[in-house]
Design a binder for this molecule. Structure first.
Ligand code: F6P
Length: 343
C-alpha cells in the first residue's frame, strides 16, 4: 500500500516516533510505501507532501517536534477541503490510506472523513492526557518530567529566599499535568480546574507551610479558576469553544497570595517548554507502539478507528470513543494527592 502520514494540531514529543515506527513496520512487514503530508490536513488538501523512505526516519524516535510540520487546518473548513476534494487528492497521488496523528480536533475530523468514505485511521496525541479512549497519550510523560524538574528548581531558589513559588503548567481544561507533576515534585498545593477551591483556602495552606519554616510550592493548571474569582477573572475573554481564555492564572494567583498573606511570592509560567525537546523513554515507547498498531489498523481496513492504550495493551478503538468528552481528573485522584501535601 502507499500510505500518507500527517501530524495535526499542537505538536507534542513523540510524534516523530510514531512516524518512524509506522514507516519501519510498513516497509518491513508489508512492503508499503510512505509519504508525509506537510502541515497536517493542509498538506493533504494541497497535495503537499514528502516521500518517507526508510532512511528518512533513521534515529527519529528521540527527536521532539514533528518532521512533517503541523497546523490546525480542519479538513472540512478549508475552502478546498471536504471528502470529495480529499478523495481526489489521494487518488491523484496514488495514496491508499491516511494515518492522522492528532488530538481531539484532528481525530474528530478523521472520524468525519472516515464516515464520508475516506480511508483514514487515527493516532491520539496530546500532552494534556485528556482523551477518554486511551489511558495515556504520549507527550504527557515528557511534560510531567519537564514540569517536575522545573518545580524541583523552583523549590531550591524558593527555599533560599523563603518565598512562595507558584508554577503554572499547561493542560488546557484539565489538571492532569498539574496533578502528576505536583505529586512528583511534592507541591504543597495543586490547583486544577476539576477541583475548584477558594483563594482564601489556598492562602491558608500557604501560610501553614510558611509558618513551619518551609517555602510553599504551588502548582496551578492553566485552566484553574478559583471559586471566588469569577468576577476578578472576567474580561480575560473566551477560547473558540466558549470556555474562559487560558493562561495567566499563575501570575494572578501569585499576586493574590502575596497580597493576602504578605509572603513574598514569585510565579513561573512553564508554557511551551513543556511541549518542546526530546520525548522521555516512556513516550518514545508508547508512540512507537501506537505507530505500529495504527499501521496494522490500515491493513485491517479499520477506517475510523485509532490505536489506544488500555492498561499495558495497545488496542483498537472507534474514534467516536475518543470524542466522547474530556477525560478529567477524578475526585479520588485529587484526594490521593491531598494525603501527601506536607502542610
Ligand atoms: O493541547 C496542548 C496544549 O499545549 C495545551 O496544554 C495548551 O493550552 C495549548 O496546547 C496551547 O496551544 P498553542 O500552542 O496553540 O498556544
Amino acid at each position: 500500500m502507499r500510505i500518507g502520514l500527517l501530524t495535526s494540531g499542537g505538536d507534542c514529543p513523540g510524534l516523530n516516533a510514531v512516524i518512524r515506527s509506522s514507516v519501519l513496520h510498513g516497509i518491513k512487514s508489508y512492503g508499503d510505501e510512505f509519504v508525509g503530508f506537510k502541515g497536517g490536513w493542509r498538506g493533504v488538501i494541497e497535495g503537499d507532501y514528502i516521500d518517507l523512505p526508510r532512511q528518512s526516519v533513521r534515529g527519529l524516535s528521540r527527536e521532539g517536534g514533528t518532521i512533517l510540520g503541523t497546523s490546525r487546518t480542519h479538513p472540512y473548513n478549508h475552502p478546498h477541503g471536504g471528502p470529495e476534494n480529499i478523495a481526489k487528492q489521494l487518488k491523484r497521488h496514488d495514496i491508499d490510506a491516511v494515518i492522522a496523528i492528532g488530538g481531539e480536533g484532528t481525530l474528530a475530523g478523521a472520524k468525519r472523513l472516515a464516515d464520508d468514505g475516506i480511508p483514514v485511521v487515527g493516532v491520539p496525541k496530546t500532552i494534556d492526557n485528556d482523551l477518554k479512549a486511551t489511558d495515556y497519550t504520549f507527550g504527557f510523560d515528557t511534560a510531567i518530567s519537564i514540569a517536575t524538574d522545573a518545580m524541583d528548581r523552583l523549590r531550591t531558589t524558593g527555599e533560599s529566599h523563603h518565598r512562595c513559588m507558584v508554577a503554572e503548567v499547561m493542560g488546557r481544561h484539565v489538571g492532569w499535568i498539574a496533578l502528576h507533576s505536583g505529586m512528583a515534585a511534592g507541591a504543597h498545593a495543586i490547583l486544577i480546574p476539576e477541583h475548584r477551591i477558594s483563594m482564601d483556602q489556598v492562602c491558608e495552606w500557604v501560610e501553614q507551610v510558611h509558618s513551619r519554616g518551609r517555602s510553599p510550592l504551588v502548582v496551578v493548571a492553566e485552566g484553574f479558576i478559583p471559586e471566588d474569582a469569577e468576577e476578578a477573572l472576567a474580561g480575560k475573554g473566551e477560547e473558540s469553544d466558549g470556555r474562559p481564555r487560558l493562561g495567566g492564572i499563575g501570575e494572578w494567583v501569585t499576586h493574590q497570595i502575596e497580597a493576602k498573606t504578605g509572603i513574598e511570592s514569585r510565579h513561573t509560567t512553564l508554557g511551551h517548554i513543556q511541549r518542546g525537546g526530546n520525548p522521555t523513554g516512556y513516550d518514545r515507547v508508547l508512540a512507537t507502539r501506537f505507530g505500529i498498531r495504527a499501521l496494522d489498523l490500515v491493513h485491517e481496513q479499520a477506517w475510523g478507528h485509532m490505536a489506544a492504550l488500555r492498561g499495558t495493551e495497545i488496542v483498537k478503538v472507534d474514534l467516536t470513543e475518543a470524542l466522547d468528552g474530556l477525560k478529567s481528573v477524578p475526585a479520588e485522584r485529587y484526594d490521593e494527592a491531598q494525603i501527601l501535601f506536607g502542610r
